[in-house]
Write a protein that binds this ligand. Structure first.
Ligand SMILES: NC(=O)c1ccc[n+]([C@@H]2O[C@H](COP(=O)([O-])OP(=O)(O)OC[C@H]3O[C@@H](n4cnc5c(N)ncnc54)[C@H](O)[C@@H]3O)[C@@H](O)[C@H]2O)c1
Length: 252
């Protein structure tokens, strides 16, 4: 029971699966949470010290049951990574309320619910929370009325969590990834969007899942023991350079 335990939501693939693997590398036990049962079972196969839990983070009863199962299995929660997310890009006028709610219920309600349910256990370990936002939550852009707004909400929610939970020794931080070639991104990034990102990002490339996961696990670790309430963009420099002028850069 003294071995540290992490919960990672959206762990069946992409950034969540990469984060799970890094926690395992660092000696944690990991509760892998996802609502895609088949993909979760495949992802967890062969991962020692990982325990898959089917759960939709937007459904309160399922979240409570997931926290109970994690505690039953591992006895403690030291790190909570709220990574599960969905993307749906569309113009403001075409984004019906159902599409808006589908994005909000996973991306924002899920972070609220999962954190709330984990607080008693996190108080006991003086644990850490890392919420996954996006550069779309830092900077407005076309087509992201629901997605970008949900992620801006995640950034604010992180600060609220840091403000209230600090006195219990619980830290809450946020990672805002730039584009990474996961299933989520490839469903909404057309070839012209991919080319435009390459132009607008100073490092001129997409990020890799592990490059995001390294920052997430750092923020959960004791190395970040005095860091709370922060959002770190892991984005190849996209956020730092504003809109950017590819025409000017191409002259350098
Ligand atoms: N890939 C990118 O370019 C990018 C950029 C910025 C932010 N992000 C964010 O990173 C996070 C991970 O994204 P990814 O690219 O790895 O996506 P992904 O689609 O590869 O993985 C997301 C996982 O979350 C699960 N999930 C979705 N809704 C869920 C719910 N309600 N309950 C439980 N599980 C649920 C999915 O089944 C899937 O396994 C998301 O929050 C996403 O918004 C991704």
């Amino acid at each position: 029971m003294d071995q540290k335990t992490a919960i990672v939501t959206g762990a069946a693939r992409g950034i969540g699966l990469a984060t799970t693997r890094l926690f395992l590398r660092d000696g944690y036990r990991v509760a892998m949470i996802d609502r895609d049962s088949a993909e979760l079972a495949r992802a967890a196969t062969g991962l020692a010290r990982a325990h898959p839990v089917d759960c939709d983070v937007s459904i309160p009863d399922q979240v409570d049951a997931m926290i109970a199962e994690t505690l039953d299995r591992f006895g403690r929660i030291d790190a909570l990574v709220n990574n599960a997310g969905v993307a749906d890009f569309g113009p403001l006028e075409d984004t019906g309320f159902d599409r808006w709610r589908t994005v909000m219920e996973t991306n924002l309600d899920g972070v609220f619910l999962t954190t709330q349910a984990a607080i008693p256990a996190l108080k006991r370990t003086r644990g850490a929370i890392v919420n996954i936002a996006s550069i779309s939550g830092l900077r407005a852009s076309t087509l992201r009325v629901a997605y970008g707004t949900s992620k801006a909400g995640v950034i604010q929610l992180t600060q609220q969590q840091a403000a209230e939970l600090g006195e219990h020794g619980i830290r809450a931080n946020c990672v805002a990834p730039g584009p990474v070639r996961t299933k989520l991104a490839m469903a909404v990034h057309s070839p012209d969007i991919i080319a435009a990102y390459h132009d607008a990002i100073p490092l001129n490339r997409y990020g890799a899942e592990d490059e995001i996961a390294e920052v997430i696990t750092f923020l959960c670790s004791d190395k970040a023991s005095y860091v709370t309430g922060q959002t770190i963009a892991v984005d190849g420099g996209f956020e730092a350079t504003g809109i950017g002028l590819p025409a000017l850069r191409s002259r350098t």
